[in-house]
Design a protein around this ligand. Structure first.
Ligand code: GUN
Length: 281
């Protein structure tokens, strides 16, 4: 069976068009502040992308680029200022932070009503009980993709590879809330290949090129590749051996052009949600 390719790029364009249509109807532009500490090249690329997304959605976008030797107190002070700003609805502190800065403390300092990443423990707790205000961007983007392609996780065996706070854990929660039967695999899982091969919906979020081979994909499975790796030639690729997996899957996401654009789209959707909250909408 030839797999249907899930076109994240096209879905994200539509998502952002819908966000823009709602945003322009608000009394005030939604505002997103992005904080980048240091000069990590990958983070710089992500932050530039977020600025473009804000422009496309008609948002106010503000970038705070701080030097790598910024102190914890300086960073916390900036977050506190942004928390108090009436024109800023969402605050995103780009991770990872340079060594020496305490990530947990910074995330905890963000006003949960402006936590458009859904990283604050308050929002993670709301997500765990099925009452999220914001959707975690990457897993939320995956759920949008499944919905758009009429793939219902209810009653399906969902296997998530990776247990990060940003993707693996919240992905499992969202699939569980959608009535999937969820198994989360990680570096200490002895029979990962076998479990993966039992999945109706397989989500890989490990960050290891070539991790998911064709024999780990069940005939007719839905394969979602969250990873953004660089192969030996410097080319962007995911965890999944694409050709092998596509030969067996019913649906598959490409890298690039799959989950990545949807993650960015969800950030815009969350910023709109925050703006509506702050403007009483
Ligand atoms: N670094 C990599 N992905 C993300 C993300 O989704 N949010 C933030 N804040 N930092 C990241």
């Amino acid at each position: 069976m030839a797999a249907t390719i899930i076109d994240g790029k096209a879905l994200a364009v539509r998502l952002k068009e819908n966000v823009r249509a709602e945003a322009v109807a608000l009394p005030r532009k939604p505002g997103l502040a992005v904080v980048l500490v240091g000069d990590d090249p990958a983070s710089r690329v992500y932050v530039n992308g977020k600025r473009r997304d804000c422009e496309e959605c008609g948002f106010l976008s503000e970038e705070h680029a701080l030097p790598a030797d910024t102190t914890q107190a300086e960073l916390l002070n900036l977050v506190k200022q942004l928390n108090g700003r009436g024109d800023i609805d969402g605050i995103l502190v780009q991770l990872p932070l340079p060594k020496g800065l305490n990530e947990k403390e910074v995330l905890l300092a963000i006003d949960p009503a402006k936590d458009v990443d859904c990283f604050h423990p308050f929002n993670v707790g709301r997500l765990a009980i099925g009452e999220p205000v914001f959707q975690p961007c990457t897993p939320g983007g995956v759920m949008e993709m499944l919905r758009e392609y009429h793939i219902d996780p209810a009653g399906k065996r969902c296997v998530v590879l990776g247990r990060s706070n940003i993707v693996g854990k919240p992905m499992g929660m969202l699939l569980l809330h959608a009535n999937g039967t969820v198994v989360t695999c990680h570096s200490k899982t002895p029979d990962m290949a076998q479990l993966a091969a039992s999945a109706d919906i397989l989500v890989s979020a490990v960050g290891k090129t070539g991790l998911v081979t064709g024999d780990m994909v069940k005939e007719g499975a839905v394969v979602i590749d969250v990873a953004m790796n660089r192969n030996g030639l410097g080319k962007l690729c995911g965890d999944v051996c694409y050709e092998e997996a596509a030969a067996k899957a019913s649906y598959i996401t490409p890298v690039p052009g799959g989950v990545g654009p949807m993650t960015r789209g969800m950030l815009m959707k969350n910023t709109l949600t925050a703006a509506k909250l702050h403007q009483g909408g």
